[in-house]
Design a protein. Structure first.
Length: 228
């Protein structure tokens, strides 16, 4: 089988996401303290994060669009504290810029640079990180997000839409991701070959009830060796 395309998840596949989000939330909170102090006077940082999470849980139909969800939440904060709507766009940008300050896993950039010379590379993500803003967009021929797709992984439509944009059939593509359900099961159900990025050597969940990944890799050097 000829593989022409390798597509990737972003968070916890190209970089660890937890420290990124934690830092972005701290940066955003500091900005609120300076510009919208009535909010931080009512909520400490952990309480504000809990408030956001509780808000988002009320709207599962929007979980495919994390950007819109966060903006909607910011709008409720502005309204509750009698601040202008300008808080929404400004506040989201502050968070989003910090959210894109990532540190790649060891070997990830080198692998992407090498693979981009031999394969068409793409991004299929449920998140709102931007490889173009981060500075590696030139390595990818396409990016496709759940916000653009109107559905989130593991729905097969997001994978099919992305590949259709570049004229690639599912059997010609590989998808690399860390999440057994959203990434591996989702891509497999769409007909792609799958690679489970599993640096912590977790046991495959679900046993035989879930399609196992075609390949499991612990680090990026092994991915590069697999697709020489």
């Amino acid at each position: 089988m000829t593989i022409r395309c390798i597509a990737f998840d972003l968070d916890d596949t190209l970089w660890p996401v937890k420290p990124v989000i934690q830092q972005a939330e701290r940066h955003f909170y500091g900005w609120l303290q300076q510009h919208y102090p009535l909010i931080t006077a009512q909520y400490a940082l952990p309480e504000l994060i809990k408030h956001r999470m509780n808000y988002m849980q009320q709207y599962p139909e929007l979980h495919y669009n994390l950007t819109q969800l966060r903006k909607n939440w910011l709008a409720t904060l502005a309204q509750a504290h009698a601040y202008p709507d300008t808080l929404v766009a400004e506040g989201f940008e502050v968070f989003w810029l910090a959210r894109n300050e990532v540190t790649f896993f060891e070997g990830a950039l080198e692998a992407l640079e090498s693979l981009s010379a031999r394969f068409l590379l793409g991004v299929i993500s449920n998140g709102n990180a931007s490889v173009h803003h981060i500075g590696v967009g030139h390595l990818f021929q396409f990016t496709h997000s759940s916000a653009e797709a109107g559905v989130a992984k593991p729905h097969p439509a997001i994978f099919h839409q992305a590949l259709e944009r570049v004229g690639i059939s599912p059997h010609q593509a590989v998808y690399v991701g860390d999440d057994p359900v959203r990434d591996i099961q989702g891509a497999a159900s769409a007909g792609l070959r799958t690679v489970w990025f599993n640096p912590e050597r977790q046991t495959w969940p679900g046993g035989r009830n879930r399609m196992r990944p075609f390949t499991t890799l612990r680090n990026w050097r092994l991915l590069l060796q697999h697709y020489k």
